[in-house]
Design a protein around this ligand. Structure first.
Ligand SMILES: Nc1nc2c(ncn2[C@@H]2O[C@H](COP(=O)(O)OP(=O)(O)O)[C@@H](O)[C@H]2O)c(=O)[nH]1
Ligand SMILES: [Mg+2]
Length: 347
């Protein structure tokens, strides 16, 4: 699962990337730890030798936008298709020290990238429809080409009206087809407005509109985020209070990326290693076991499950076992976000 930062030059992509990834600052691809207060509490209780966070893969400068750096629309689309989620960083801050081509205009930048995404999908749908026009199968109900033809007509129609594929209702088969073509407007899109330091609390019209449509949007100052990231842990909270925010916006954004990717977290609470594992929502205990290790899945007997909210009441995993708050679940159990799991296995 990989998220890509996109946006015009000088929007603040690299600054934001470094803020969420202070360790591997020299690479443009990073495994970013997903902040999780539950995990912190669990680690405090277990005191493991090693703690391993769930991560999301984040790519800086994921694509070159058409018209910038000489990228053609087709190159842009091809590059963007590789990602499971896109984060559009938009420049709102104005700073004479930072060179740029035009005065900042978040709404213009949002809509111009949005149009590129829609156009790329329309092109893809139309190319496919052209091929399907020559297919005999496309005329026979029940055949895959027939289904695709119907679906792509619908998609092309909506895209031409400026709608995203996310907004179109699709059944499971249609969803599968859409995923296999990696349409850009079917992917989750997160908007990050990079504002001036003194403007963190004034949402723009664009943000209000996006929020009203339930689209994920973050107002942050990348420069401050980078500063926060460089602070030692104990200095962060006073800093947040000083500038009137509850937690780092970049951290909230990473949590939103994780959720938009359809991931939940289960925990393993070992004394050697306590770990937060990402898992696709709806996955079974067997899949969770396979995520830990294929051998553990092969020898699967039962999953011992304590939910985090039960642990949180008691504050001790072993005590949860003693108080019968542990459930034994089989292979087909659907893992819930926050489950603390121990797999009993033959090995
Ligand atoms: N004043 C100010 N400058 C910023 C902010 N974010 C980025 N910059 C500066 O803008 C320039 C471009 O930022 P960068 O992250 O490299 O943009 P990118 O081209 O999108 O990767 C750099 O000189 C940054 O230091 C911000 O929030 N405030
Ligand atoms: Mg950059």
């Amino acid at each position: 699962m990989r998220a890509g930062l996109i946006g015009y030059p000088f929007a603040g992509k690299t600054t934001l990337f470094q803020a969420v990834n202070p360790i591997e600052a020299n690479s443009d691809l990073a495994s970013v730890p997903v902040p999780d207060e539950r995990f912190e509490k669990l680690c405090e209780a277990v005191q493991p030798k090693k703690r391993t966070y769930a991560t999301v893969e984040l790519q800086d400068d994921a694509v070159r936008l058409p018209g910038h750096g000489g990228a053609k629309p087709s190159e842009f689309a091809e590059a963007a298709r590789k990602f499971d989620l896109l984060i559009h960083v938009i420049r709102e801050f104005d700073d004479p020290a930072v060179p740029f081509h035009d005065a900042p205009n978040p709404s213009r930048d949002y809509h111009s990238v949005f149009s590129e995404l829609v156009l790329a999908d329309l092109q893809l749908a139309e190319n496919r429809l052209e091929k399907l026009a020559k297919s005999q199968d496309a005329k026979s109900p029940g055949k895959r080409d027939y289904l695709e033809n119907q679906l792509f007509q619908r998609l092309a129609h909506s895209l031409a009206d400026g709608c995203t594929i996310r907004e179109i209702e699709l059944d499971e088969t249609e969803q599968e087809i859409v995923e296999s073509y990696r349409f850009l407007t079917a992917k989750p899109l997160i908007t990050a407005i990079n504002c001036a330091e003194n403007n963190l609390n004034t949402p723009s019209e664009l943000e209000k509109q996006l929020a009203a449509s339930n689209l994920p949007v973050f107002r942050l100052c990348a420069a401050i985020e980078q500063e926060i990231a460089s602070l030692p842990e104990h200095e962060r909270q006073p800093f947040f209070e000083q500038i009137g925010i509850e937690r780092s916006a970049a951290e909230s954004m990473i949590q939103a990326v994780y959720q938009a990717l359809g991931l939940i977290t289960f925990f393993t609470a070992g004394e050697k290693e306590t770990r937060a594992w990402p898992l696709r929502k709806g996955s079974t205990a067997l899949k969770a076991a396979a995520t830990i290790h294929t051998d553990i899945a092969k020898g699967f007997i039962r999953a011992e499950v304590v939910h985090y909210k039960d642990f949180d009441k008691i504050g001790d995993v072993k005590e949860c076992y003693r108080q019968n708050l542990m459930r034994l679940e089989g292979k087909d159990y659907v893992v819930q976000d926050g489950d603390i799991i121990n797999i009993r296995n033959k090995s």
